[in-house]
Design a protein around this ligand. Structure first.
Ligand SMILES: *Cc1c(COP(=O)(O)O)cnc(C)c1O
Length: 241
């Protein structure tokens, strides 16, 4: 492993970025005619080393999102997670459910009935309940996981029958868009499904709408998102290793 050297300039940049993004999230909420505090800012911490994450936490960040089970479990002991909510947002393989169940506050990436069944099975055996979001594959992209919008209601009905798993809303990652207008159309489509489902399925809540990343969170807020998941705009471009 490479020896880790703390980059003071990057630490300073994280501070400035976090404050700037937080302000612009609040402003976007107000522009959309919503309460300033109605949209939560999630810091997406994949590939980011703990000291930079801790900087954001020190500034008041209270929600982090990690993509990979292994990476999260490997670095969480170095994070100051007191009072911080942790969500899994990356693709979850059924064979990793045992490792992550009970270790995060929410699994946002429930992308199939099969995965929901495994979460239910593992949580039942441990006497816990997993709070989850259903991931919608709004662009029907092969490269992404998630439930197609046409199959959403039926899948949610099936999940609602399972014990020890509770769906609390929707998460989506739209296709890469050339314009903000195009991104907004995808977000609006998910928002419509969110509103249509509402309270119509017993045991399923539509409270959380997790949409928007560094490049499109303002568009997502305009369409009703209440969690934006922001990584690179806070921590800088990711290096994959
Ligand atoms: C990486 C990631 C993000 C954040 O992406 P940025 O463009 O860096 O803000 C948000 N959501 C998910 C599911 C991700 O994997």
């Amino acid at each position: 492993m490479e020896r880790f050297i703390l980059d003071e300039a990057r630490l300073k940049a994280v501070e400035e970025n976090y404050k700037r993004v937080l302000t612009s999230v609040k402003e976007a909420a107000v522009r959309a005619g919503r309460e300033e505090g109605s949209v939560r800012l999630m810091c997406v911490t994949k590939t980011v080393e703990p000291p930079y994450i801790n900087k954001a936490l020190e500034l008041g960040a209270d929600l982090i999102g990690e993509n990979r089970v292994q990476e999260y479990l490997g670095k969480r002991d170095e994070l100051n997670l007191n009072g911080v909510e942790r969500h899994l947002i990356g693709h979850l393989q059924t064979n990793k459910v045992r490792q992550i169940a009970g270790e995060v506050d929410m699994i946002e990436s429930v992308s199939s009935l099969k995965l929901a069944k495994e979460i239910s099975r593992v949580c039942s055996s441990r006497g816990i309940t997993a709070s989850c979001l259903a991931e919608v594959n709004i662009g029907k992209e092969e490269s992404k996981s998630g439930i197609y919008i046409e199959e959403l209601r039926e899948t949610l009905c099936e999940i609602s029958e399972l014990p020890n798993i509770k769906i609390k809303g929707l998460m989506t990652i739209p296709p890469i868009c050339e314009s903000e207008a195009q991104a907004r159309r995808y977000f609006a489509e998910v928002r419509r499904a969110f509103d249509d489902i509402g309270e119509s399925i017993s045991g399923v809540e539509m409270k959380i709408l997790s949409m928007g990343m560094s490049g499109d969170y303002e568009a997502a807020i305009a369409e009703g998102s209440n969690i934006v998941r922001v990584g690179s705009a806070i921590f800088g471009a990711r290096k994959y290793f």
